[in-house]
Write a protein that binds this ligand. Sequence first.
Ligand code: M6R
Length: 366
Amino acid sequence: EKGGYDHFMLKEIYEQPSVIKDTYRGRLLANEGIIRMAGIEDNLEKFLNADRIIIVACGTSWHAGLVAEYIFEEFTRVPVEVEYASEFRYRNPIIGPKDVVIAISQSGETADTMAAIKLAKEKGAFVFGVCNVVGSSISRETHAGAYTHAGPEIGVASTKAFTTQITVLTMIALRLAKAKGTLSNTDYHMYLQELELIPEKVKEALGTNDIAKEIAATFIDAPNCLYLGRGYNFPVALEGALKLKEISYIHAEGYPAAEMKHGPIALIDEQMPVVVIAPRKGHYDKIVSNIQEIKSRSGRIIAVVTKGDTEVRKLADFVIEIPETSDALSPLLTTIPLQLLSYHIAVMRECNVDQPRNLAKSVTVE
Ligand code: M6R
């Protein structure tokens, strides 16, 4: 059942290269410059006429929505809002027929997300689902959708659902950008080629397993942990922190790196592990100075960097190298070592990795 792995979570982490391929199979034709997804083609006008896109989701799916916000706005120039489904449904949201709502849910059964969808439909919005479980309630309730094709996710901690959600949402953004002409031809084709290379690069990123285990041994007794990222990798910081909390019961927080000096920096001392996502592309110089700020307060730095990085290496206690890709696609790679890190910390703390306390795989009550 677990295919030789000790836990479903680890199996699912390792499945990512192949499930990401399944997600784009038949949809991404990089050499021809084509992205085609039935749910998008059939409703292209609705997407193109949308004044804005509202994304509703919970938990990890909400984090995928945040990554998508950065990608959609950059690629399509359409304003995007990302909301917790539970907040959206109870706050009398301003929404109408010119809005497109994208609901993201691995299980397709999350009660709050379902209620948000019903409300959006009542108000006349077009609702598109990004679900993993085929035939799930949310996939039936939405007007149209695209499945992630990640296969069954058994571990309560979401891993492959997250990366395949981002893959689907990236494809949607690219398809819309092509129709709108909001990306240059060169960039459009570059992203298609890059996306096709992601599974191989995820495989390479899985090679960080040993170093993740080594780092885990150092941090098993930490009472707190901070995760920092900027831009596309800010939501990855949130996701890294959620993963650690839910399976290892270590308190962790994710922050945009620049928000440090507005409060959390007060927490930093030699006891505090700080995981910084610092790939070469993106706001590299800014994040290097954030790392310096942590260093000068004796924080212990674990940095996720691009292969060959030398600058961050000089400052960090540990570096985890991932392959290079474009800034927008980097969350698909930076997430991998964070999943492995929380997995190993949880195993070393003898936690029930696949079935953490107090949690259910699908949250069907509000
Ligand atoms: O099935 P959904 O994607 O709607 O689930 C949403 C959250 O309950 C889920 O992502 C949860 O946060 C995970 N346990 C995180 O690992």
